[in-house]
Design a protein around this ligand. Structure first.
Ligand code: DX5
Ligand code: ZN
Length: 227
């Protein structure tokens, strides 16, 4: 995606984990005002849940009116992540805990043409990323243990997010800071205040009667606090 077309903060990325998997096309159309559609790939190894793989993501890519933000909760992303960039995902995020060589993988993803993202679970420290911040386009701080939608937001991850945000600012980094898990109208302000600029929301969007209205109010809720 050319730099000029990138949406500005706050970005709202609905997670289709909370969508109706047999009516996905209709649900994708209901979130046409989103910045990206967040696509959770789970392999039943890295997390105890299973969703879908590249074949399904390729169909979502062909169908979605908004670009794809792929979140890989899988083992061995060094091997599998490039395939998601090749099928045209705007961003591909893999887990730091699962990658053998995160920087080499991020470079490969960028070389293919995707934005490169790295994700950390709630209890994974982020200090190791400080010296390589600019190797990534986005850092995803998980605000729940990955694997399932509908869990409660973990406020204990906010100090880590704040640390990352301060470090990015100190270094003049353009890296996006994403949060994922338990984001709702009642939690989005504290994540924005701690430095997040990109917000994944599953149940808060698809559980609403009007997903587009939910996206708009999440965006407004974040905009009041985003730095
Ligand atoms: C959880 C996934 C999330 C999930 C968020 O492992 O990575 O993207 O769909 O769902 P909510 O917003 O319901 O917590
Ligand atoms: Zn996710």
């Amino acid at each position: 995606m050319p730099q000029t077309e990138l949406p500005s903060a706050p970005r709202i990325n609905p997670s289709i984990l909370a969508a109706d998997f047999v009516n996905l096309q209709a649900d994708l159309e209901r979130i046409a005002t989103a910045d990206f559609v967040h696509v959770d790939v789970m392999d039943n190894h890295f997390v105890p849940n299973l969703t879908f793989g590249p074949q399904m993501v390729e169909r979502i890519q062909a169908t979605s009116p908004v670009p794809l933000d792929v979140h890989l909760m899988i083992d061995d992303p060094d091997r599998w992540a490039p395939g998601y960039a090749e099928l045209g995902a705007a961003s591909v995020t893999f887990h730091l805990e699962a990658a053998t060589d995160p920087v080499a993988l991020a470079r490969k993803l960028r070389q293919i043409g995707a934005r490169a993202g790295v994700a950390v679970k709630p209890d994974t420290p982020v200090e190791g990323l400080f010296d390589v911040l600019d190797e990534f386009d986005q850092i995803l701080v998980m605000t729940v243990e990955p694997g399932f939608g509908g869990q409660s937001f973990r406020a204990d991850t906010m100090p880590k997010l704040r640390l990352l945000s301060e470090e990015a600012r100190r270094r003049g980094s353009q890296v996006w800071l994403q949060v994922d898990g338990g984001i709702s109208e009642s939690t989005i302000a504290q994540a924005a205040e701690a430095g997040a600029d990109t917000f994944v929301a599953g149940s808060a969007v698809f559980g609403a009667e009007h997903p587009d209205a939910a996206i708009a109010s999440l965006r407004a809720g974040a905009a009041r606090h985003v730095h």
